[in-house]
Design a protein around this ligand. Structure first.
Ligand SMILES: Nc1nc2c(ncn2[C@@H]2O[C@H](COP(=O)(O)OP(=O)(O)OP(=O)(O)O)[C@@H](O)[C@H]2O)c(=O)[nH]1
Ligand SMILES: [Mg+2]
Length: 392
């Protein structure tokens, strides 16, 4: 299972209560106050771990809870602080806070779902026609949700909800005026909230193409990744990131995402969901079936792909991009490429055959030059007159 976005609820632990206690010992009839403070509640912490690939753990456990701190005790013993609850998240995790009003609606719906409807108050007819209301989940909206963290550095800890402070024991209330304090304070509540957690994989370059264009074959040949390859569309169902090793100890990460088709932005095919993973790529590689097998038309394919990207996120059409003309070993590819070049004169085109390996060294060299050395020519295409495709 691959989960790359999920709504969760987090509740940090409550601080322990302060203690009211007095020293009682033989021959010390009026020993002073000795109530200790409560311990701190557990915080909910996200630890960025490069060994974690996705957010599946939260799918099985969307309610994160921190333990409460222990109460203070006599003899000035402090309550033990609860151990922080640490959840490992992948590099590239983004955390959004879901607005409060939404949280309440979700809570009500959730209670309803768990069977809190009082059936004894319903008539037989009503009970028979009763259907559980759907959980009211607000669609993700970056205008409404508040961005709280973008976790891109492996090893960093992010405190999602801080545990509550422990309460004060009566010792802390002792003063010259009040020698026998019976005051104490309760521990603070831990922070809580509903969050939308999203994974946007981080890669230097992203492979974008129609199903069967050969993206996974290409990634397998140039990197350490092994996505499934098969001659049917939508073989790849989850994103994969591979590391391409280059001379001089340089490395470029490349993301393979599931194939896109026309209407992907409106959820046709596998939808636009996976486009979230190329939003962070500095360079976009459009992988085209230059042989036009299975009735594909490379020029139309590129136009559709660029349009879908633009509809998903208009900033994507301003990214540096180039064409990887694949399947050059097949018949008709050379003629298609000739025609393609006359149409896209300003765009860099790298002809390859992912199957036979031709052109892969050139592609790797260019990846190194562009990503590691910043050598990119021509300039990235800029959007003109509302078109996603201005580099023709
Ligand atoms: N002849 C030839 N076939 C290729 C080449 N590259 C890929 N193929 C074949 O094309 C088919 C699809 O390849 P994949 O790598 O799975 O394509 P994909 O773009 O990852 O497809 P999806 O995961 O469905 O989006 C496989 O049968 C590959 O063997 C190539 O350069 N030449
Ligand atoms: Mg694939």
């Amino acid at each position: 299972m691959f989960v790359d976005h999920i709504q969760i609820h987090a509740q940090a632990g409550k601080g322990g209560r302060g203690c009211v206690s007095f020293l009682r010992e033989k021959f010390i009839p009026k020993g002073g106050p000795n109530g200790g403070n409560g311990g701190k509640g557990a915080s909910i912490i996200f630890r960025v771990d490069p060994n974690v690939d996705n957010l599946t753990d939260f799918y099985y456990n969307p309610n994160l809870r921190g333990k409460n701190g222990e109460h203070g005790m006599g003899k000035n013993c402090y309550g033990v602080a609860a151990e922080d609850a640490i959840y490992r998240v992948p590099v590239g995790t983004i955390v959004w806070r879901v607005p409060i009003a939404e949280t309440t609606a979700m809570g009500d719906a959730a209670r309803h779902d768990k069977g809190f409807t009082d059936f004894s108050k319903l008539s037989d007819e009503e009970a028979a026609s009763f259907s559980m209301p759907k959980k009211q989940r607000m669609e993700f909206d970056p205008e409404v949700f508040e961005l709280v963290a973008d976790l891109t550095e492996p090893g960093t800890d992010f405190v999602l909800c801080e545990g509550g402070k422990g309460g004060r024991g009566n010792t802390t209330f002792k003063s010259s005026k009040n020698r026998v304090p019976i005051e104490y304070t309760d521990g603070d509540d831990g922070e809580a909230g509903t969050f939308y957690v999203e994974l946007r994989k981080i890669a230097d370059a992203g492979l974008v193409g129609y199903p069967n264009a050969g993206k996974s074959t290409l990634l397998t040949k140039v990197s350490n990744a092994h996505p499934k390859i098969a001659p049917y569309p939508f073989t790849t169902l989850t994103p994969h990131v591979g590391i391409v090793e280059l001379p001089g100890f340089q490395r470029v990460t490349v993301a393979d995402i599931p194939g896109l088709i026309e209407g992907a932005h409106a959820n046709v095919g596998l939808g636009h969901d996976f486009l979230r993973h190329i939003v962070r790529c500095k360079l976009l590689l459009f992988v085209l079936d230059m042989a036009g097998s299975e009735g594909r038309e490379p020029i139309a394919d590129l136009q559709t792909l660029r349009k879908e990207l633009d509809l998903h996120d208009p900033t994507l059409s301003e990214r540096p991009w180039l064409i990887v003309a694949n399947k050059m070993d097949l018949e008709g590819a050379k003629e298609h490429l000739k025609h393609f070049k006359t149409r896209y004169r300003k765009v860099e085109i790298i002809p390859i055959s992912a199957e036979s390996g031709d052109g892969l060294e050139t592609l790797k060299r260019r990846l190194g030059e562009i990503v590691c050395e910043g050598k990119f020519k021509p300039e990235p295409a800029r959007k003109k007159r509302g078109s996603a495709d201005s580099a023709e």
